[in-house]
Design a protein around this ligand. Structure first.
Ligand code: CAA
Length: 387
C-alpha cells in the first residue's frame, strides 16, 4: 500500500472510516445515474448532517463536531474519493457559510442558523461571483441600499454551488457606492434565506463535471433583507469573504486529492489486469512512471494541505499556504486524471469506467474558489509581503 504520509489519530481514523462507509453505501451505487441526469439528491444533506459531516468545524454548543481542520479534511477527502459532487457541497457548507457565521455573526445569528446547519436541516451556500465579476471579485455590482431597518438588495449572483437547495446563502453586495469607498471596503455580507420576497433561483448550469452538484444563478429583485441578517460590519463583507476563502481553498484541495486518489486507485487496478504485448501493462515502465508520478503528486498535495491546515489551527497567517495547497492539489487532480485516462486508453474515454467522470470532475478545481492564476497571484504577492 502506498503511504499517505499521514499519521492519523484514532479519532481521525474513525471519522475517515465513517466517511468512507457512508460514501460507499449511500452515494457510490447511484453516482453514474446522478451524473448522467445531473441529479442532486437532497436526502444526502440530512444524512450527512446526521453523521456530523455538515458541522465538522462548528463547536458542540452549535451541534457541531468541533474537530480540527485536518480531521475535517480527512473526512472530506474520503467523500471526494467516491463523489466529488457531494464533496463540494460538504466543502462549501463547512468552509464558507457556517464558518462565516461562526466567525463574524452575532450571537442571535449563530443561535438561529448554526445548529440547523450543523444538523443538515439548512444547507449553506456562498454567493460572491456575478456574471461580470469573477476573478476580480471586488468589482461586484449587486447593490444593498439601506431602507429603515432593512436593506434592499438588487443584483445577480452566478455560479452558486447548492444555491437552488440552500436555506442560508451568504451573499456579498455593495453597501457603499460613494466614490471614496468603492472597491473592497464598500461591500457587506448578508445572510439570505429563500423565503425573502424578490429572491429568485435562475439558470441551472449544464456542466462538464460535478453534475450532481447544482450550480445556479440567483437574482435579487429589490429583495428586502432585515438588518438583523447583515453579517458583522456593513463595509467588511469582502474581507470576510476573502478570509473565509482560505478555508474554502483547503476544502477544494481535499476534494482535488480525493478525485486524484480515485483515479490513481482505478488506474493501478486496471494496469494490474490489462494485458498487452503478452504482459500486464503494469510491467511496462511507461505505465510505472505514470503511476509513480501520480502517487507522488498526491502525497505532496496532501502534505501541503495538512501543513496549511495545522498552521491555520495555530492561528498563523495562511493566505499563501492555503493558496499553495489549492493550486498544487487542483493541478494534481487534473494531471492524475489525465494520466489515468491515458492508462485506460480507449476504455478511459467512455462511461463504462470511472476515470472519464473523474477527468471531467477534476477540471473545475482549477477554476472555482479562485482560478490557478489567482492562486499564483496570491502566492507571489505574499512572497513579497514576507520580504
Ligand atoms: N484575508 C484578509 N484580507 C484579505 C485577504 C485575506 N485572505 N485577501 C485580501 N484581503 C484584503 C486586502 O488586505 C485588502 O484590504 P485593504 O482594502 O485593507 O487593503 C482587500 O482585501 C482587497 O484585497 P486586494 O487589494 O488584494 O484585492 P484585489 O482586488 O487586488 O485582489 C483577489 C483580490 C485575491 C484577486 C480576490 O479578488 C480573489 O481572491 N479573487 C478570486 C475570487 C474567488 O476566489 N472567487 C471564488 C468564488 S466562490 C466559489 O467558487 C465557491 C463555490 O461555490 C465553489
Amino acid at each position: 500500500m502506498p503511504t499517505d504520509l499521514l499519521d492519523l489519530t484514532e479519532e481521525q481514523r474513525e471519522i475517515k472510516n465513517l466517511a468512507r462507509e457512508f460514501a460507499l453505501q449511500e452515494i457510490a451505487p447511484y453516482i453514474a445515474d446522478w451524473d448522467e441526469r445531473a441529479h442532486f439528491e437532497p436526502s444526502l444533506v440530512k444524512k450527512m448532517g446526521d453523521l456530523g459531516f455538515l458541522g465538522m468545524l462548528l463547536p458542540e454548543e452549535y451541534d457541531g463536531l468541533g474537530v480540527d481542520t485536518s480531521t475535517y479534511l480527512v473526512a472530506l477527502e474520503e467523500i471526494a474519493v467516491v463523489d466529488a459532487s457531494a464533496a463540494v457541497m460538504m466543502s462549501v457548507h463547512n468552509s464558507l457559510p457556517t464558518q462565516m457565521i461562526l466567525r463574524f455573526g452575532s450571537d442571535e445569528q449563530k443561535k438561529r442558523f448554526l445548529p440547523p446547519m450543523a444538523r443538515g436541516e439548512i444547507l449553506g451556500a456562498f454567493a460572491l461571483s456575478e456574471p461580470e465579476s469573477g476573478s476580480d471579485a471586488a468589482s461586484l455590482t449587486t447593490q444593498a441600499v439601506r431602507d429603515g431597518d432593512d436593506w434592499i438588495l438588487t443584483g445577480t449572483k452566478s455560479w452558486v454551488t447548492s444555491g437552488s437547495h440552500a436555506g442560508a446563502i451568504l451573499a456579498m453586495a455593495r453597501t457603499d457606492s460613494s466614490s471614496e469607498r468603492k472597491g473592497a471596503r464598500g461591500i457587506g455580507t448578508f445572510i439570505i434565506t429563500p423565503d425573502m420576497p424578490g429572491f429568485h433561483v435562475g439558470k441551472k448550469e449544464d456542466k462538464l463535471g460535478l453534475r450532481s452538484s447544482p450550480t445556479v444563478q440567483l437574482t435579487f429583485d429589490s429583495m428586502r433583507v432585515s438588518a438583523a441578517n447583515l453579517l458583522g460590519e456593513p463595509q467588511m463583507g469582502f474581507i470576510y469573504a476573502m478570509q473565509s476563502l482560505e478555508n474554502g481553498r483547503l476544502g477544494i484541495a481535499a476534494q482535488s486529492i480525493g478525485i486524484a486518489r480515485a483515479a490513481l486507485e482505478a488506474a493501478t487496478a486496471y494496469a494490474g489486469e490489462r494485458i498487452q504485448f503478452g504482459n500486464h501493462i503494469k510491467e511496462f515502465q511507461a505505465i510505472q512512471f505514470k503511476l509513480a508520478d501520480m502517487a507522488t503528486r498526491i502525497a505532496a498535495s496532501r502534505c501541503l494541505m495538512h501543513a496549511a491546515a495545522k498552521a491555520k489551527d495555530r492561528g498563523e497567517d495562511v493566505k499563501q499556504a492555503t493558496s499553495m495547497a489549492k493550486l498544487f492539489a487542483s493541478e494534481t487532480a487534473m494531471f492524475v486524471t489525465n494520466q489515468a485516462v491515458q492508462i485506460f486508453g480507449g476504455y478511459g474515454y467512455v462511461k463504462d469506467y470511472p476515470v472519464e467522470r473523474l477527468f471531467r470532475d477534476a477540471k473545475v478545481t482549477e477554476i472555482y474558489e479562485g482560478t490557478s492564476e489567482i492562486q499564483r497571484i496570491v502566492i507571489a504577492r505574499e512572497q513579497y509581503a514576507k520580504d
